[in-house]
Design a protein around this ligand. Structure first.
Ligand SMILES: Nc1ncnc2c1ncn2[C@@H]1O[C@H](COP(=O)(O)OP(=O)(O)OP(=O)(O)O)[C@@H](O)[C@H]1O
Ligand SMILES: O=P(O)(O)OC[C@H]1O[C@H](OP(=O)(O)OP(=O)(O)O)[C@H](O)[C@@H]1O
Length: 302
């Protein structure tokens, strides 16, 4: 592929590895963005749209998009802030995966119990900008200057090993399940921010003519995300119980109510959030619903 073949194409950055990679591939597939990636090639043309995919480290995507080198990207909210690109990119969609928190952690056995105790000591992290900002404020609060200031040191990975190796008194790292933190004998004493994967576009687009294609991709991805978040709940309910039941399943706009041959009963169909479905079914049964069916969505536009 030469540079000419990218001319006029919307460039869409996708994390090339790590925690967000697989999910991004399933989103592309759900949005019918078709491509064949050749082994080890980080740029590939989309077969059915005027798009080229660029596979990049998640942490590089905010500045590529922010500077307008690529038009669209998926990355973590955390790395946008770390790259100081929040004023250069627009977070078009929250994607609901890659959820984690950036936390200050210290060894369980340490005498350091609060971030105030940690101020002025050694902190190791891959998030040196956010950590410097956070501890900078604490240093100021305690009037720590010169050598007394908290020392922030960057490492590219395996941050959780830093305390055991004697490199740090505390770390700032991402936590999801907490397994890594606990396995390293650490516990969290403060949260800097919560993060999830987001779809971003540049606030200074180099190709304004591609705006309609950006909107199309955004709307397709929104459909894929919504389809993963909702299920359709269908049930039969005696007419006199309908108001109570539809309070439980109000739907996004309103539930669909259909008459049944037995006119004392109606059928109800409604979108509900997947993670609430067990409780909703319990409540519907209590109210008197029968024949409750739950359908997964392959895709949707809502
Ligand atoms: N444990 C986790 N759970 C959920 N999301 C995470 C987790 N760790 C990281 N993320 C999200 O994924 C993004 C990329 O992190 P990841 O550690 O996969 O990056 P990477 O450095 O590109 O990959 P690798 O760690 O394989 O080198 C983070 O910026 C964050 O938004
Ligand atoms: O709370 P948990 O569910 O255990 O997840 C947290 C871990 O996930 C991330 O690292 P990752 O496994 O992506 O590898 P890395 O250390 O190479 O970045 C993060 O840096 C933590 O180490």
């Amino acid at each position: 592929m030469n540079a000419d073949s990218l001319d006029g194409r919307l460039l869409f950055a996708i994390p090339k590895k790590g925690r967000l990679h697989e999910k991004c591939l399933s989103i592309l597939s759900g949005a019918d963005i078709q491509f064949r990636r050749h082994h080890r090639l980080d740029v590939c043309l989309v077969l059915n749209h005027n798009i080229a995919l660029v596979f990049l480290p998640a942490s590089d995507i905010p500045s590529f998009v922010g500077k307008g080198n690529v038009d669209l990207g998926i990355t973590g909210h955390d790395v946008i802030l770390e790259a100081e690109m929040q004023n250069h990119v627009t977070e078009a969609l929250r994607l609901g995966f890659g959820k984690c928190a950036l936390q200050v952690q210290v060894p369980e056995a340490s005498s350091i119990k609060t971030v105030e105790d940690l101020a002025g000591k050694r902190v190791v992290t891959s998030f040196e900008v956010l950590s410097a900002e956070y501890f900078g404020k604490l240093d100021e609060k305690f009037n720590l200057s010169g050598d007394q200031k908290t020392r922030i040191e960057y490492v590219g990975g395996s941050v959780e090993a830093a305390c055991a190796l004697g490199l740090a008194d505390g770390i700032v790292d991402l936590v999801e399940s907490g397994d890594t933190m606990r396995a390293a004998g650490l516990h969290a004493i403060a949260t800097l921010l919560e993060s999830e994967a987001v779809l971003i576009k540049s606030t200074v687009p180099k190709h304004p003519e591609l705006a309609p294609l950006i909107d199309l991709v955004t709307s397709r991805i929104a459909g894929v995300i919504a389809a993963g978040k909702y299920v359709v709940c269908q049930y039969n309910i005696p007419r006199d119980k309908l108001p109570a039941a539809t309070r439980v399943t109000p739907g996004r706009r309103a539930p669909t109510i259909s008459p049944l041959e037995d006119e004392k009963w109606v059928g109800v169909s409604s979108m509900v959030e997947k993670n609430k479905i067990a409780v909703i079914m319990d409540e519907l049964v209590k109210i008197g619903a029968e024949d409750i069916l739950i359908f997964n969505l392959d895709n949707c536009r809502v």
